[in-house]
Design a protein around this ligand. Structure first.
Ligand SMILES: [Cu+2]
Length: 171
């Protein structure tokens, strides 16, 4: 009876060891996957990030930047998050009946090794219902959400459209 009990305990210990081993492996695998995803985040660089300064009475606003994808796979910006406005959307401009209109886009794709420019008259982060105006020289952090990745916090500087818009219109 005593021997049987010892054998049972041994057997249970072996089962436990076998059961724990794959769990450890799985946990290690998850850690590695998470770390891998974080490394991919470094493939994205955001430059020239700025917000258009508000003029009196502005209820809405826009932010611009250049997204560069140094990675080997295309990336998708699917959202931007900020408490600067009641709603934050991704927009572009399109010609409708001869007029340029803003439309919301579900995502902005940046191919491997390419960059996408957000600028007045094109792609922009749209702020609808500003919680406060944008003052020249201020900085605000906006979280950029890329599909399948951790949010990327980017600091945007507020600048007047007259300065930035003029620089951009060289075409
Ligand atoms: Cu817009």
């Amino acid at each position: 009876m005593r021997r049987l009990t010892t054998r049972t305990v041994l057997l249970l210990a072996m089962i436990a060891a076998v059961a724990v081993f794959p769990l450890t492996l799985a946990a290690g695998g998850r850690r590695e996957a998470a770390h891998h995803a974080h490394d991919h985040g470094n493939d994205i660089s955001i430059n020239n990030a700025w917000i258009r300064a508000s003029v009196d009475g502005d209820e809405n606003g826009a932010a611009y930047m250049v997204i560069r994808n140094r990675g080997k796979e295309s990336i998708r910006l699917i959202a931007a998050r900020s408490d600067l406005a009641l709603a934050v959307e991704l927009h572009t401009h399109t010609r409708v009946d001869g007029l340029m209109r803003m439309i919301e886009v579900p995502h902005v794709e940046v191919a491997a090794g390419e960059e996408v420019v957000f600028e007045p008259g094109g792609y922009h982060i749209m702020f609808l219902g500003l919680t406060s105006g944008f003052t020249e020289g201020d900085r605000h952090t906006i979280d950029l959400i890329f599909e399948g990745r951790d949010p990327v916090a980017v600091s945007f500087v507020v600048q007047p459209l007259a300065t930035r818009g003029g620089m951009q219109h060289n075409h």
